[in-house]
Ligand binder design. Structure first.
Ligand SMILES: Nc1nc2c(c(=O)[nH]1)N[C@H]1C(S)=C(S)[C@@H](COP(=O)(O)OP(=O)(O)OC[C@H]3O[C@@H](n4cnc5c(=O)[nH]c(N)nc54)[C@H](O)[C@@H]3O)O[C@H]1N2
Ligand SMILES: Nc1nc2c(c(=O)[nH]1)N[C@H]1C(S)=C(S)[C@@H](COP(=O)(O)OP(=O)(O)OC[C@H]3O[C@@H](n4cnc5c(=O)[nH]c(N)nc54)[C@H](O)[C@@H]3O)O[C@H]1N2
Ligand code: SF4
Ligand SMILES: [Mo]
Length: 731
């Protein structure tokens, strides 16, 4: 199947050149360019590369065809997004010229690169003159390559000297990362190779819909079950993943922690706890043992909705093998108590003696293309490259030396992603923002509020490949190269560093993110230290990360190009990399993993008479994230044209709504208008909305900005909602 060669222009960007006010004034569309006009040097030979989207980073080959590049699958196959990813390369819907807004409420018009970068730099300088370096903020993304993430962090700290930088990984991996740090002293999503799950006697998958979010992984799970393994899936919906499970635990959203504590209670009662392992490799067990003593099955059944026999069956399955793997994903983590929930599953893994044993363990399923590397090299508010901490004097000294600055010139840790967005344009918050690799107008929680904060900025600069819902609000839009048009490395969900190769030149008018950062730094009077060649940036990253937790010092483009499989840490050139962590010791000072006692939380937003339903959000197979890219690819919008609200027929009957009817879903933050999709695969007390769409179909008009106290993860997966028939709603 090759879907990329024909691009229809259905004019989905009609509102595109709107004025920056939230209301928006639609104006002229840019003239669509045909593929032939776009690119002077088409692809001439097949190039092996990796998919631009999720953290599996499937290998693929780009091959020339009559009109454009097409994708061929590498080993393991691709999902529909991977297959169609080349369609955006020669699409008239991509940006091919910088845009600059005339005046604060004027229109976006095409501009040259020098003018656009001058305007952006002037905006940053002006903000800084008004209120100091923290008046400029930076927002990055987990899809950016390691080189970009590293240089963006350096740009913030060295060129802007701002503390105000964070990124969308805060909305993605932050709870799992914080949980892993607490227990293992190190966060690498999977501390073992992904293929291990194919050999596992039992896999407990909590809040992941792999069948739609990482379809090729299902091959490992098929192999696992064909060899007699058990698969337990914890999800309020019977997803395609849950349908493939041996046991589906259909929890009430937000109760995973109670479930984990309940499983641990039963493991104790049934004598499955590994006392020798606990003695030899952990600390903190007595507190956890006490903490779960109130989690008896009847109690847990009441909280979670999972029956006592199912709880017992799950514990039996986990204990029946010496190769068990526990995996968490966004369903369990994107909560205002996501870190504690992760800890509860880590406690279970430790009590069963799983972590740091070959073939067993706990891991989290990292989401974005570079969701792993993107959280290691300094685009996070509190972080320096190599997973170093910004508040650690030794870390500051090391990185400052690599950057040629005085350690005292490095800023302190800044605000987390949502807190940063929330502060934009406010007293004491940034009045200018550089945004690279995220579309928060669609993807941030309480998005209407976030949109208003973005509109309050004096200067918004967005680097993107398309005119996203956020880019359309910008004062300066910088059109950047796509994955196949530049070299760069990503680090996949198992901590393996991969080289994405440049297959073709970017179209005229398009530059790379690294060029953007170099051009801006130059205009901010920092003429050196911002190379725009990816390999030069990577070599600097190696030095900056050397000696850190995520040590890339031994990884080079040459080694990767030669096909070496290198997982960090890889501290020197002859080092083989580290596919499996924690075999001898954990990364804590005493080498032991920490149990962390956690208790089921209060509900963040209890349901009541006005908002009686539990709303959760997530993904569908055909679209990626905010949809900025995939809503511009015809085969994908044909497969999934609109958002919807999934609800159980029992609930539909009570609400008197029919299948396919347009309803208003509302919460304390706002409303969305959606078609119903009736299915008995969802709990009758829960409704589900995918978040890939904008405007009146935007799920994040509904979500809450309650944040986890440790990770600052928003509560994307739970808030209280109501559904009204539209006739009644607009009465
Ligand atoms: N098609 C597609 N694939 C993607 C992406 C995409 O946008 N589209 N994005 C990538 C990224 S960045 C990420 S982070 C991953 C995310 O991958 P997943 O974590 O698999 O994705 P989600 O759909 O967000 O959530 C998974 C499941 O959590 C369930 N859930 C909701 N609330 C709860 C709860 O309280 N407890 C439990 N146990 N489950 C709950 C939902 O019903 C849903 O089926 O996917 C990656 N792959
Ligand atoms: N309600 C709800 N909201 C959610 C979630 C949820 O489950 N429910 N999940 C959250 C999660 S896990 C995530 S990861 C976030 C993701 O949400 P976003 O951060 O919005 O992620 P994307 O849609 O991938 O946005 C990436 C943007 O960068 C552009 N882009 C792609 N590649 C590049 C590049 O190389 N350079 C530059 N400059 N731009 C590029 C794309 O065109 C797009 O506009 O959403 C979060 N929001
Ligand atoms: S599973 Fe992820 S990496 Fe693989 S083809 Fe699909 S989107 Fe791309
Ligand atoms: Mo994510």
């Amino acid at each position: 199947m090759s879907t990329s060669s024909h691009v229809r222009n259905t004019g989905d960007t009609v509102a595109a050149w709107a004025a920056r006010t939230v209301v928006g004034v639609p104006t002229l569309l840019p003239t669509p360019r045909s593929p032939d006009d776009l690119r002077t040097s088409p692809l001439t030979q097949a190039v092996a590369t990796h998919c631009p989207y999720c953290a599996l980073q499937c290998s693929m080959t780009l091959t020339p065809s009559a009109s454009t590049a097409v994708v061929e699958a590498g080993v393991g196959g691709l999902c529909s997004k991977g297959w169609s990813s080349a369609a955006l390369l020669d699409s008239p819907r991509r940006l091919t010229s910088p845009l600059v807004r005339d005046g604060r409420h004027g229109r976006l018009r095409e501009a040259g690169w020098d003018e656009a970068l001058d305007v952006a730099a002037a905006g940053f300088r002006w903000a800084r003159q008004q209120a100091g370096p923290d008046a400029v903020g930076v927002f990055g993304g987990g899809g950016l390559t390691n080189e970009k993430a590293y240089l963006l962090g350096k740009f913030a700290r060295v060129a802007l000297r701002t503390s105000q930088i964070d990124y969308n990984g805060r909305f993605c991996m932050s709870s799992a990362a914080a949980g892993a740090m607490r227990t293992f002293g190190l966060d690498r999503g999977l501390p073992f190779p992904l293929a291990d799950i194919g050999d596992a006697g039992c896999v407990l998958l909590v809040g992941s819909n792999l069948a739609e979010t990482m379809p090729p992984v299902m091959q490992h799970l098929s192999r696992q079950r064909e060899s007699g393994g058990a698969l337990i899936v914890v999800d309020p919906r019977r997803t395609p993943t849950a349908a493939a499970a041996t046991l589906h635990l259909q929890v009430q959203p937000g109760t995973d922690l109670a479930l984990a504590n309940g499983l641990l209670f039963l493991a104790l009662e049934l004598g499955h706890v590994d006392e020798d392992y606990i003695e030899a490799r952990t600390t903190g067990w007595p507190d956890v043992r006490r903490a779960v003593s109130a989690s008896w099955p009847a109690q847990v059944e009441l909280t979670t909705g999972v029956s006592e026999p199912d709880l017992r069956e799950a514990v039996r399955m986990l204990a029946a093998t010496d190769r068990a793997v526990i995996l968490t994903a966004r369903g369990a983590e994107q909560h205002a108590h996501g870190v504690d929930t992760v800890s509860s599953f880590l406690n279970l893994a430790l009590a069963l003696g799983l972590a740091g044993r070959p073939g067993s363990g706990w891991g989290c399923l990292t989401g974005q293309g570079n969701g792993q590397g993107g959280r290691e090299h300094g685009q996070k508010a509190d972080q320096l490259p190599g997973y170093r901490k910004l508040d650690d004097p030794a870390a500051r000294a090391h990185v400052a030396a690599v950057w040629g600055i005085d350690p005292t010139d490095l800023p302190a840790p800044g605000r987390s992603a949502y807190e940063l967005l929330d502060a934009l344009g406010e007293d004491g918050g940034p009045s200018a923002l550089l945004l690279m690799g995220s579309n928060p107008v669609v993807s941030a929680p309480r998005a209407r509020h976030v949109q208003a904060r973005l509109a309050a900025l004096d200067c918004l600069v967005v680097a993107d490949v398309v005119l996203s819902e956020t880019a359309v609000m910008a004062d300066v839009v910088l059109p950047v190269a796509q994955w196949a048009e530049e070299d760069g490395t990503t680090t996949d969900l198992q901590g393996r560093v991969l080289l994405r190769r440049r297959a073709l030149d970017p179209p005229a008018g398009v530059r790379t993110d690294l060029h953007v950062l170099a051009g801006l730094a130059n205009r901010l009077d920092v003429p050196t230290g911002f190379p725009s060649e990816p390999e030069a940036v990577f070599d600097e990253l190696r030095r900056a990360s050397a000696g850190g937790a995520a040590d890339y010092a031994g990884i080079s483009y040459d080694r990767l190009a030669a096909g070496e499989k290198l997982h960090w840490p890889c501290p020197y050139e002859g080092h083989p990399g580290t596919p499996r962590l924690f075999l001898d010791r954990f990364a804590t000072p005493n080498g032991r993993a920490n149990f962390v006692a956690v208790h089921p939380p209060e509900q963040v937003e209890p349901v009541d008479a006005e908002f009686p339903l539990l709303l959760t959000t997530g993904r569908v197979a055909a679209h990626y994230q905010s949809g900025a890219q995939t809503r511009r690819i015809d085969v994908l919008t044909d497969a999934a044209p609109t958002a919807f609200v999934e609800l159980h027929p029992f609930l539909a009957e009570r609400l008197e709504v029919a299948d396919g009817e347009r309803v208003r879903v509302s919460t304390r933050r706002g409303e969305a208008f959606l078609r119903t999709r009736l299915t008995d695969t969802i709990r009758p007390d829960t409704v589900f909305v995918p978040f890939h769409w904008a405007g009146r179909q935007r799920a994040n008009s509904l979500t809450s900005d309650a944040l986890d106290p440790v990770s600052k993860m928003p509560s994307f997966k739970l808030c209280a909602a109501r559904i009204d028939r539209v006739a009644e709603a607009v009465r």
